[in-house]
Design a protein. Structure first.
Length: 591
């Protein structure tokens, strides 16, 4: 009704204007204002000026002091809307009785708000808002991503550990790791974070303490945020390790990657450089690759959204004068048919001189309850390139296949619980590998060099399970595990099955500030030059205990048990029994 009263008042002003020659309505409106909450300014709030006559919309964002300034508006009756995640929307009506207007919009938290009229009014106006304004409105109402260093002015952490074998006659390599992170704020809005990590494995047959390592890895990353939804990220990774295949001399594999990423809300742009030498032992060549990619939403409404992603790649091979060039273009959409059924649809494509690939995909999410869903998806390649075309293997993490376009992929899973709270998920996937892969299991405390080779034509099956449980404010536990196999689709092929199993458990007992982390890795795959399979099992146990000092210092104690058979990696040089035990100790400091 307030909308009709405003329109009636606007019409009444025009009706009385001819009777008073000294009164004229302004042709343009200048609107300044402030968005507050309990007398405190609200930064990064979206302010929309909606013309009730021609349905035109203008939008701006508030500054750090909560102020905003709308561009000159045509004369008319406007709805001025202020929205931000975590607050109930605020709406006021602006009638053009004078050229200059100053407004104050007060936002209340969703818990403080007693009436839902503002929310209801926004949903009534959504059908008239332009697509770009509607996208920003939905984005502003979404829960904001808060950086881990959003509260303190300055915070840092440091970790240093070392590991030694229990058998002085064994040739197991000693181990050392150092990590450093610094986070803080610049002014009231800019945030910066720096993090570095380095691991080093001494040569098992080298008596020099500081000689050339048999394996080494270094990681550096930096993040700069101008708002909770806008960030710049830079990262650099370098790794090298020594291996020996059969009776061949020692060889070294090298990997380095550098990437830059810009993110503004749901839009993202990334540039990545990747260089490797001897990473793929089946194709021992040196190559470098540069990737430029990005994604952006095209349409977002209450029930539907649509977005596209593009990635252009050029890979140069040392032994080949021609570079491999591909372009990946994909589109993804979501449609909520009913509140309990959500459909996901899209198309993935890869264009290149070697051929074109096209794969439609679809999926669904069926909500059994508010926090329990059954999910499923199907991808099938309807257009494929010539399989005889040479293609270097791809490097992927076991939990991420974003750069892989398989022949087909089927997924079904069960998800229950709230994000960050008690939750459980189990997802099973079956996919047919089109291009060869090196699947790695890498993190800060495990072997970064270890991986599983999956050949073209293999069928990969895996099951991923995650579970988190909080027991009041005293105890929390996280469990994650994956089990999978990869085997050839050709029944006549004399190829043995590849197997991988991973498991991770983390628990925290808050009253004593004690945490425990256990990880398990098992890999079995055929060797490249013989009938013997490469098998490895590793169990890594680490405990952290606070020392209750004025400065937060934790004592780290760990144990690593390993068994390796026919391993080509020199850091797996273990006792004749094929087993090794390593004790790990160190300190962690938070400041």
């Amino acid at each position: 009704m307030s909308r009709y009263r405003a329109i009636a008042l606007f019409a009444a002003l025009f009706a009385v204007a001819p009777a008073h020659s000294d009164v004229s309505l302004p042709r343009a409106l200048n609107v300044l204002g402030t968005v507050t909450n309990a007398a405190r300014p609200v930064a990064n709030a979206l302010v929309i000026a909606f013309n009730t006559h021609d349905l035109a919309a203008t939008q701006v964002w508030t500054g750090t002091d909560g102020t905003f300034s709308l561009p000159a508006l045509r004369a008319g009756v406007y709805k001025i809307i202020a929205v931000k995640s975590g607050f109930a929307p605020s709406i006021t009506t602006l009638v053009p009785t004078k050229p200059n207007h100053r407004l104050t919009l007060k936002l209340e938290t969703e818990k403080q708000a007693q009436r839902k009229s503002a929310n209801q009014e926004i949903w009534e106006l959504r059908g008239s808002l332009p697509a770009d304004v509607l996208r920003d409105l939905d984005f502003a109402l979404e829960p904001a991503e808060v950086a881990t260093y959003d509260i303190p002015r300055f915070r840092g952490e440091m970790l240093s550990v070392t590991g030694v074998t229990n058998n002085q006659t064994a040739t197991a390599a000693s181990y050392a790791q150092t990590s450093l992170g610094v986070q803080g704020r610049i002014g009231e809005t800019w945030q910066v974070g720096l993090r570095g990590n380095m691991q080093r494995f001494a040569h098992p047959n080298d008596e020099v303490s500081f000689g050339s390592p048999v394996a080494e890895s270094s990681v550096m990353s930096m993040e700069l945020r101008s708002s909770p939804t806008s960030a710049y990220r830079v990262g650099s990774t370098k790794s090298k390790w020594t291996y020996r295949d059969g009776d061949e001399v020692e060889q070294q594999a090298d990997v380095q990657a550098h990437n830059f990423e810009w993110q503004n809300g749901p839009a993202r742009v990334e540039v990545r450089y990747f260089e490797q030498d001897n990473l793929f032992r089946e194709t021992p060549v040196q190559s470098n690759r540069i990737e430029i990619g990005g994604s952006v939403p095209l349409l977002q409404t209450r029930r539907n959204d649509l977005g596209i992603a593009l990635r252009v790649t050029q890979e140069s091979i040392e032994s080949n004068s021609d570079a491999l060039r591909t372009a990946d273009l994909s589109a993804n959409g979501t449609l909520a048919l009913v509140p309990t059924l959500i459909l996901h649809y899209g198309m993935a494509s890869r264009l290149g001189l070697e051929g074109q690939e096209l794969a439609p995909r679809t999926g669904a999410e069926w909500k059994l309850t508010d926090h329990t869903s059954i999910i499923g998806s199907v991808l099938y390649k309807v257009l494929d390139r010539d399989p005889t075309t040479p293609m270097l293997p791809s490097l992927v993490f076991w939990s991420e296949d974003a750069h892989v376009l398989p022949t087909y992929a089927y997924t079904i899973g069960f998800v229950s619980g709230k994000e960050g709270k008690n939750r459980f998920s189990a997802v099973a996937t079956v996919s047919a590998v089109d291009d060869p892969l090196r699947v790695v299991f890498a993190d800060e405390v495990n072997q970064f060099w270890d991986g599983l080779y999956v050949e073209s034509g293999d069928v990969r099956r895996d099951l991923r399970v995650e579970y988190r449980r909080e027991f009041g404010n005293r105890f929390a536990i996280d469990v994650a595990g994956t089990a999978g196999t990869a085997s050839s689709r050709n029944a006549s092929a004399d190829e043995r099955e590849k197997v991988y199993v991973t498991g991770d458990l983390q628990s925290t007992f808050i009253p004593t500030r004690t945490s425990l982390a256990v990880s398990y890795r098992e890999i079995q795959q055929p060797s490249d030059n013989g009938d013997e399979d490469y098998q490895t099992e590793r169990i890594h146990l680490r405990m952290a205990q606070s020392l209750y000092l004025p400065v937060d210092i934790k004592l780290l104690l760990g144990l690593e048990l390993a068994r390796a058979e026919h391993s080509p990696y020199l850091m797996d040089s273990v006792t004749p029994e094929g087993r090794s035990k390593k004790y790990i100790g160190g300190l962690a400091l938070n400041f």
